[in-house]
Structures are given as C-alpha cells and as structure tokens.
Design a protein around this ligand. Structure first.
Ligand code: DAH
Length: 345
C-alpha cells in the first residue's frame, strides 16, 4: 500500500518537475497531454485503485496529486498568457507623442471660387442653376442659336468635332437652347448655366483650349434692355464692389440683337486708369444682349409674346483679374504649388 501512495507522490513530483521546465504554450499543451489528459499519468493513477488495500487513503493521495498538478498547470497557463500579452503590447506599442504625418488637403481651383461666387449672386436673385453638358450637338451649340452651317461666326469658334454631329461645346450658350427647347410649357425662365467650353485654340498666356463660362438667360413677357442693364449692374457691384459702374458697348453675337459688350469700371484704380485696365478705366467682363427673336422662335417661344436677355461671363478672365493670375494655362495644369494659395473648401 505504501508503494502505491509512493507512486502517486512520484507521479505528482514528476509532473511538477516537468511543468517547471515548460516555457511556452506549445510545451504546455504537450505537458497537458502527457500528465493531465485522460490518458496522462495523473488520471492514470486511478487505474491502480483496484490494487489498493486502503482505497480511501490511495484515493485521497491521487486527488491531492491531481489537485496540486492542476493548480500548478492553471497558474503556469495564466503566467504564459500574461507573458504573451505583454510581448504583444510591447510590439504594438504606439508612441502617441510622435508628430503625425500631415495629410495634404485638396484646394479649390480659383475658377471654381468665381463660379461659386457668381452662382450665389444669381441664386439670391431667384435664378435657377442649369447643368448643361460638355458634349453637344451642332443643333444646340450652333443652329438653334442662329448660327447655321456656313455662318462666318463659326470661324471665331474653331470647334472640336466628333464625326459630323457631335462636338465639345464651344460656348455655354448651348445651355440656353436646351433650357428653352426643353420647357414643355413655354413659361418664363431665369437661369444660369456654369460650365466648361472648348475651342481649338493654340494655348498661350491668354488663350486656352478649355475654359469656363457662366451663361445667363432670362425670358419673360416685356423684358427690355433696361432689365439687362439693371441686372448686370447689380451683379457687377456685388462681384467687384459697390462703387463699380458698368457701361455697354455695342457688339455682335448671332444669338442676341442688339448685342453688347459690358465693361465694369476698373476695380483696381477706381476708373482713373492703371495697367490693369490698360489706362482706360474700364475692364471688359462679359458679352450680353437681347435674345434674338429667331432664337426664341427656334426654341419654341413666340417672339411676339416673349422677349429676353442673355449674357456670358468668361470665368478665368474674372479669376485672373480678381486674383492677379497672369497665365490662363494655370487653371488646368493642376500644379499644386499654384492651387495651394487658394482656400480649402
Ligand atoms: N457665347 C459667347 C461667347 O462664347 C458669350 C455670350 C455673349 C453669351 C452674349 C451670351 C450673350 O449669352 O448674350 O463668346
């Protein structure tokens, strides 16, 4: 009997000794299999029960051995888990005092700032904003605007064509033709259409094959040139300062009759004459006119009932004046050194 109890002690001591040599979780698993699993040496002691004379004493010795080995195993397991966790924490430690990597923020192209500003001014006056489209047909870009196929004014707007009928619009005026034609009931219109236009120009400091325009169109009963003048004067004051005045110079556009070019008194020198206004005191900012009755008619409006005015602003030109930008190509080169001078929006 003594022998049997002795064997329980020996098995316990062997287990504790083996456990003391366990240094990682893999070895702990092997230990469990050898000593504590069903076929391990500690539960295996129970097989000796039938040989024991004093079964109670032997059972107590086996229980004691098992309890001790299990407790030692659990505490080893906990210690190893803690060690692994500490290792991981040390490896994944983040130094929150390190300065962060700056994330470069995008900037708004300055021509967009002008579009936003102009749009706000006209929204306040109750205009709606129409989108228009960059790829147009000959019909909307030219024909409905009173520019038939061999019209000489087409030469002024050398065009990018796709096949015979499709083209990159040369002017946002195409949006006027869309708006008027698409009105199911021919009701009054007050709209602006900002967007890009394209011409086969050789690019230099003042010419670009792509540029932005803002088109404006008002159609209603009894619209006269006085409305045109008052609207553009209000616009010029809001855009360039309350002291600004405008003047209209006679001009020619096929889609307006009469047509005018609109100058604003120089916002740099107040009209005295400076390099910005080339000494004249005036700066040209847009083209405008009364909608040609032929355009109204082509787009389904009865020119006996309706009249209207229209205008087109060159956006980059205004941006160049406003921000002192000397080269129109900067607007599309996407050079961050240029863009970074303008606000983040
Ligand atoms: N479409 C003209 C251009 O690109 C600008 C323009 C002039 C638009 C007079 C108009 C207008 O609506 O009435 O040069």
């Amino acid at each position: 009997m003594k022998n049997l109890i002795e064997r329980a002690h020996v098995a316990r001591a062997a287990a504790l000794d083996a456990l003391s040599k366990v240094i990682d979780e893999k070895a702990l698993e092997d230990f469990y299999v050898s000593f504590l699993a069903k076929k391990g040496s500690i539960p295996g002691l129970m097989a000796l029960m039938k040989e024991a004379e004093d079964k109670a004493a032997f059972g107590a010795a086996v229980n004691k051995a098992r309890t001790e080995v299990v407790a030692a195993y659990e505490s080893k397991k906990a210690a190893l888990a803690e060690k692994a966790l500490n290792l991981r924490l040390a490896r994944e430690k983040i130094d929150i005092t390190l300065p962060g990597e700056p994330t470069p923020l995008g900037h708004v192209n300055p021509y967009r700032l002008i579009i936003d500003e102009v749009t706000d001014i006209f929204l306040e006056m109750g205009y709606e904003v129409c989108e228009g489209r960059d790829v147009e047909t000959d019909k909307f870009n030219f024909e409905l605007l009173n520019v038939p196929k061999d019209h000489p004014s087409r030469d002024m707007q050398d065009t990018f064509y796709f096949g015979d009928d499709y083209l990159l619009r040369t002017q946002t005026s195409a949006a006027q033709a869309h708006k008027m034609s698409e009105m199911e009931e021919k009701k009054p219109i007050r709209m602006i259409a900002p967007g890009k236009a394209y011409r086969r120009d050789d690019d230099d400091m003042t010419h670009s094959h792509q540029f932005a325009q803002i088109e404006g169109l008002v159609v209603d009963k009894d619209i006269s040139i006085a409305h045109l003048k008052a609207t553009l004067e209000l616009f010029a004051k809001k855009m360039f300062g309350q002291k600004r005045e405008i003047r209209l110079r006679s001009s020619y556009f096929p889609f307006t009759e009469p047509s005018v070019e609109v100058d604003v008194s120089c916002f740099n020198c107040g009209g005295k004459g400076c390099p910005m206004c080339k000494g004249t005191g005036w700066i040209e900012i847009l083209g405008a006119g009364m909608v040609n009755p032929r355009v109204l008619e082509a787009c389904g409006y009865d020119p006996e009932v309706y009249s209207g005015f229209a205008f087109g602003v060159g956006v980059e030109r205004v941006a160049m004046l406003r921000y002192g930008i000397d080269d129109i190509r900067r607007f599309y080169q996407n050079d961050f050194r240029f863009l970074k001078d303008y606000p983040v929006k």
